[in-house]
Design a protein around this ligand. Structure first.
Ligand SMILES: [Zn+2]
Length: 177
């Protein structure tokens, strides 16, 4: 890690000077100010090296900002919808697609959801019964549901690891059908 006075790895002669600035990022014409942005600037060659922690934090903030600019659900909203439906991250991924680790990554801000996934989550938020459609169960349009948890328990959905094993995938298919 760099510190004040470290020798510059770029030119090999200059000493690094620590600077704390407010960096401005732009995304599609919108600006995001990131305060407390730490970088080390070389007095000789002028190269600026960004502190890894600042770079990591900025990247996360920038992803969240891009979501906002693009009109996509925030990490908090994704988590809220998933919790409302009553599923774990893995179960949600199994139902909605996007890869097993997809929801963990959306919620931690590591990865941005696609527009399609975003639309799907918005639909599930407003119309939880759409789960019946995508989990290939018969529609229950007229069911009177007291709470989502009850709904879920009534329609017990069991999650299983994806498998290449033919017998188990056949079993899964018939369980869902
Ligand atoms: Zn240098």
């Amino acid at each position: 890690m760099y510190e004040q006075g470290s020798i510059c790895p770029i030119c090999g002669t200059g000493a690094l000077e620590k600077k704390v600035i407010e960096e401005v990022f732009t995304y599609k014409g919108h600006s995001l100010n990131v305060p407390e942005y730490v970088l080390f600037e070389c007095a000789d060659c002028g190269e600026a090296l960004i502190a890894p922690a600042s770079s990591k934090r900025a990247s996360k903030l920038l992803k969240e900002f891009s979501r906002e600019v693009d009109g996509l659900l925030s990490t908090t909203e994704i988590k809220r919808i998933r919790k409302k439906l009553g599923y774990t991250q893995e179960e949600m991924a199994d139902i909605c697609g996007g890869g097993l680790k997809g929801f963990a990554r959306y919620e931690s801000g590591q990865v941005m959801q696609s527009k399609g996934m975003d639309n799907l989550l918005r639909i599930l938020d407003e119309l939880p019964y759409a789960l019946d459609v995508i989990s290939r169960r018969p529609a229950r349009r007229f069911a009177k549901v007291v709470s989502l948890v009850e709904y879920r328990n009534k329609n017990s959905y069991t999650y299983s690891e994806p498998s290449n094993d033919v017998a188990s995938s056949e079993k899964k298919k018939s369980a869902l059908g």
